[in-house]
Write a protein that binds this ligand. Structure first.
Ligand code: ZN
Length: 92
């Protein structure tokens, strides 16, 4: 006889339909939580990269080879990114 094992808790069922019902009623929340933590991790990486990007822009802005217009442009761009980052951190 074939067995259908639950991949979350290891409980065994004789019919795939029973396993599906079990997983739906018992593990739906666990699945959502798993997905959320992956998303959170991705978001954290994204935030770190954004902070790095702001640092790069600020470094460029301090370069002596730039004219005023270029410096202003870099300043504006880093400000936009900083605002976006602040918004992202607030909505977390
Ligand atoms: Zn289970």
């Amino acid at each position: 006889m074939k067995e259908y094992k639950c991949k979350y808790c290891g409980e065994v069922f004789d019919k795939p339909l029973r396993l599906a019902q079990h997983a739906r009623s018992r593990h739906k929340r666990a699945k959502t939580r798993e997905k959320k933590s992956v998303e959170k991790e991705k978001q954290g990486e994204q935030i770190n990269r954004t902070i790095e990007a702001i640092g790069i822009l600020k470094g460029l802005q301090a370069s002596p080879n730039l004219n005023e217009a270029e410096k202003k442009l870099l300043g504006d761009v880093s400000k936009i990114i900083e605002e976006l980052l602040a918004y992202t951190l607030k909505s977390k």
